[in-house]
Write a protein that binds this ligand. Structure first.
Ligand code: AMP
Length: 208
């Protein structure tokens, strides 16, 4: 079973908190028949499960700070080495800074692999803050308080947004307007990927 017409589907989805990248990342992963790997979800599952890792990262996550690169990159490497990620994955929330880009590069290069596309979801700051406030009211995430939201967005702008320049130089960034309904944004993503020859294999496609 191949993930795409070109045989692989190795994607990152990047955007500020509240850009909808979690939801869109799942849809892309399902369509291409590859796992979505969201570091935030993995950390939260460890916190709620009370694991050793969870205990180490809980206070960092609650403050909205970044978990150390070494720990995060090891977690991602372990996940990407699993069989279901052999032909592709959708990474969400990783890499988040330049050091993690280097770690991911080293991992992929050693395997003779490379990213097929980096999906950049563009959402203005005001819009992402409004969406995060709404999510805070609905889900009650401990890192969705006003102060922590401000810290997370500041870290995004300072450390994460610049990694897009690195990928832009490599010509793999697919820029998507993230303002609109969920369906509109999904359609934009799939047509932009298709324009680059990245369409799910017919056999793997899941109806929307
Ligand atoms: P997210 O759900 O992606 O917003 O992630 C929630 C929290 O998990 C972040 O605020 C960080 O504390 C931590 N986290 C997730 N991904 C990473 C990463 N790639 N590097 C460091 N910390 C991360």
């Amino acid at each position: 079973m191949t993930a795409s017409a070109t045989g692989s589907a190795r994607f990152l989805i990047v955007g500020p908190q509240g850009s909808g990248k979690g939801t869109q990342g799942v849809l892309v992963a399902e369509a291409f028949g590859v796992p979505q790997v969201a570091t935030g979800d993995i950390f939260r599952a460890n916190v709620s499960g009370g694991t050793e890792l969870g205990k180490r990262v809980q206070s960092i996550i609650e403050a909205g700070d970044l978990v150390p690169d070494e720990l995060t990159s090891e977690l991602v490497r372990d996940r990407l080495e699993q069989a279901d990620a052999a032909s592709g994955f959708v990474l969400d929330g990783y890499p988040r800074n330049r050091g993690q880009v280097d770690d991911l590069d080293a991992f992929l290069t050693a395997r003779g692999e490379a990213l097929d596309a980096v999906i950049e979801l563009e959402v203005p700051r005001d819009e992402s803050i409004a969406r995060l406030r709404q999510r805070a009211a609905q889900q009650g995430r401990t890192d969705d308080t006003e102060e922590v939201i401000a810290n997370r967005l500041a870290i995004y702008e300072r450390e994460t947004a610049p990694i897009l320049d690195v990928y832009r130089e490599r010509g793999v960034v697919v820029r998507i307007d993230g303002v609109g309904t969920l369906d509109e944004v999904t359609r934009r993503i799939f047509s932009a990927l298709a324009e680059r020859g990245l369409a799910p294999d017919a056999g793997d496609a899941v109806s929307a």
